[in-house]
Design a protein around this ligand. Structure first.
Ligand code: GLN
Length: 189
């Protein structure tokens, strides 16, 4: 199994480190030719407007949409979540738009740039998951077949739609590998 990690910008190295800890081969993706042969893809945190622009400039946007619509499993964290959503409140920025969701960027307010919170995530088991939120978005609304995996104060912060997994927080910045292992299960399953 090889999991690609979009390495245009942002926190790709941390995701690669987690995948390696889980015994999975990771591949940095910058060009569309590098998408060949991957079994899944992680889109990290960073700046979603920059991701969108670079995906267009590097000719990655349409190939990625086609691969994901064709069933390539994808895991987006934070800015990675934003670019996967169909609707982004107040923004026309380029996006993949494959997740049936409306997202609000930088949604937890300016005064709380970053914070941590324990989250209940039933698909990961009874232990709470420590969410690290950095200028995080949240999902305002989801449409089927997308489903909520976790909320914080009533706001959707993790979701799944078939082979698309998203978190508003950064599991790659913790030592808890359960979200990555859950995604690896989606890739192999
Ligand atoms: N606020 C950023 C955006 O909308 C995401 C921040 C992050 O990925 N840590 O792109």
């Amino acid at each position: 199994m090889v999991i690609g990690v979009l390495a245009l910008q942002g926190g790709f190295r941390e995701h690669i480190a987690v995948l390696e800890r889980c015994g999975v081969k990771a591949k940095e993706i910058r060009k569309k030719e590098e998408l060949d042969g991957i079994d899944g893809l992680i889109i990290p945190g960073g700046e979603s407007t920059t991701f969108g622009r670079l995906m267009v400039d590097f000719g990655l946007l349409d190939p990625l949409v086609n691969l994901i619509k064709g069933g390539l499993p994808v895991f987006g964290t934070c800015a990675g979540l934003v670019v996967l959503c169909r609707e982004i409140v107040g923004s026309e920025q380029p996006r993949l738009g494959v997740l049936n969701a409306r997202v609000r960027r930088n949604a937890f307010g300016r005064q709380v740039d970053s914070f941590e919170a324990d989250l209940e995530v039933p698909v990961l088991g009874p232990e709470p998951f420590r969410g690290v939120f950095i200028r995080a978005p949240y999902i305002e609304e989801l449409w089927p077949p997308a489903e909520v995996l976790a909320t914080l104060e009533g706001k959707i912060v993790a979701a799944r739609q078939d082979k698309i997994l998203v978190t508003a927080f950064h599991p790659e910045l913790t030592t808890d590998e359960r979200f990555h292992r859950y995604f690896i299960g989606m890739v192999s399953g």
